[in-house]
Design a binder for this molecule. Structure first.
Ligand code: ZN
Length: 248
């Protein structure tokens, strides 16, 4: 069930059976010369929808813009600052908790979101306790990173070896190709790709990663790989979501 396609009475009756919600979170940032700007949001949204169907969970609106400050020297990249993102997450969780949601499962498509999400969870627990929110101590937030699922990681290694890299990876590009075959892009890619430099500011990032890739060879991606990776991620995260719901 997608929250934005539900009516409030439907949400009210859902809450009689479950207090869990899945929230896809991605990023709007450059993904090399052939990867879509929306790659991280597209992957998170598609996989979250799949998990929602498999587990009968409500899936909230995709948080399309994440923490991607270091990509913003490339045209089209948008970022929230960590402090802004923390407030966004707090407002989502605090608002939905008033209706009875207690388990918030963020299906994440962007590595750069992880530390800010975890900080946001701590800030949210603190804020809920400060305002004496009902059931404040029962609110639980968790992040599920689809690209870090064991089965996905193993499949990506098998398909791409060390050509997977760490940004604009063939595995994430493959998932977008599976979801949007009409938007597959091609461009000449240099076999020599930058990797291994630490991440600082946006201008410095662009200087060290001139075409936006980080050690990756996204030209290896195919929609068929994307289907396999999508199915593995949905299976793994569905199990993890159900475990999360059933834990105290
Ligand atoms: Zn990405």
């Amino acid at each position: 069930m997608l929250l934005h396609l539900c009516t409030w009475p439907e949400v009210e009756s859902y809450l009689e059976k479950s207090s869990g919600i899945i929230l896809p979170i991605g990023s709007t940032e450059q993904h090399g010369p052939t990867g879509l700007i929306g790659t991280d949001a597209i992957c998170a949204e598609a996989i979250a929808k799949g998990v929602g169907v498999a587990t009968q969970a409500i899936v909230g609106p995709t948080i399309n813009v994440g923490m991607a400050l270091h990509h913003t020297a490339f045209p089209g990249s948008i970022s929230l600052r960590p402090s802004t993102m923390i407030q966004v997450i707090q407002d989502y969780v605090t608002g939905l908790s008033k209706h009875g949601f207690t388990r918030f499962y963020f299906i994440n498509g962007h590595g750069g979101n992880i530390s800010t999400l975890k900080a946001a969870f701590s800030e949210t627990y603190y804020q809920l306790a400060q305002i004496n929110a009902p059931h404040a101590d029962k609110i639980r937030c968790r992040v599920g990173n689809w690209f870090m699922c064991g089965s996905v990681y193993k499949k990506a290694k098998e398909l791409y070896g060390n050509k997977e890299g760490s940004h604009a990876t063939p595995s994430e590009v493959a998932v977008t190709q599976y979801v949007y075959p009409e938007a597959i892009k091609t461009a000449p890619l240099d076999d020599n790709v930058a990797s291994g430099y630490p991440i600082y500011g946006a201008a410095d990032f662009r200087e060290h990663y001139p075409d936006g890739r980080m050690g990756s060879h996204p030209d290896l991606a195919t929609p068929e790989h994307g289907k396999q990776l999508y199915e593995l991620a949905v299976k793994d995260l569905s199990n993890r979501y159900l475990e999360f719901l059933n834990q105290d």
